[in-house]
Design a protein around this ligand. Sequence first.
Ligand code: Q46
Ligand code: ZN
Length: 326
Amino acid sequence: MRCRKCPKKAIIYMPEHRLALCAACYSPWFLDHTERTIRKFKMFTRRDRILVAVSGGKDSLSLWHALHALGYEADGFYIDLGIMGSDHYSEQSKQRCRELSERIGRRLHIVRVAERVGAPIPEIKDLTAREACSACGLIKRYLMNRYALEADYDVIATGHNLDDEVAVLFSNVLHWNRGYLARQYPVLDEREGLKKKVKPFVYFTEKQTTVYALVNRIAYVRDECPYALGATTLSYKDLLAQLEHQAPGTKRRFLDGFYQIRALFAEPEAAALVPCSRCGQPTTAEVCAYCRLIEHVQRRRGLALAPADVNTSQSSLKQVLVSDSE
Ligand code: Q46
Ligand code: ZN
């Protein structure tokens, strides 16, 4: 098959766009589509400072690379979860992030969960009754938001792709999770201490972000996190892949159709956010879930509470957090 834009051999055919492209024509197409999504949802401008949450995987590293290539001011933010496994997952992931940081000349901030919470994710899982992903998700959301606030970034960007978003949407519809449906959107505006969050890759399939990483020789971690069971999500992805195969464009239509009616799920009154009495970050309770988790972990470990995370003022937090940067 030939490239639609030049006589070279195509490396990818995208049936949903009825488009075949060669390696040289693929990146310009991909960047153009990234830019269109950013504008469509008014995600950010070239005056904004963007913090890209990078995990070492293909989606987030491709996002960082693409935003830099488009001329945006984008730095990386890596959370070291302390997950080892047989392939030293966290170490490898961090290394891939460092490599891209050096290559594009943008700053990579690194925060270690073991230092902030008092234990790495595998130990937190053992010390609490929580699933690894539940604790991990809570910690990542908290640290990302707090870091973006303390280091004065305007927006947090994540590499969620179309396959992720559609599988989550499918699951939320299947279970009528109205609260989650209300918040499933490529842009969540800033409010009461919560930074703006955006997903510029929301219209790209996993295959498309992989091809972008390969064409641009971005080294990424291919292994999944050992806790990524995801059996249910994977079965949804398989099901949706079948539907997409039979009728290309189904996933995109499903997602766009939902975005048009999403307002139906808006909660009449979102719970008011107040500053956590321990750390000052926004929460609906007196003490936020992150501070409660830290207390639980440190009590179980018999440690004294870390001054960096509990009962500290905003100014000293800034020092503590920014000192982790690399
Ligand atoms: S990193 Fe963390 Fe994921 Fe690993 S422990 Fe679960 S949530 S699977 S994106
Ligand atoms: Zn708190």
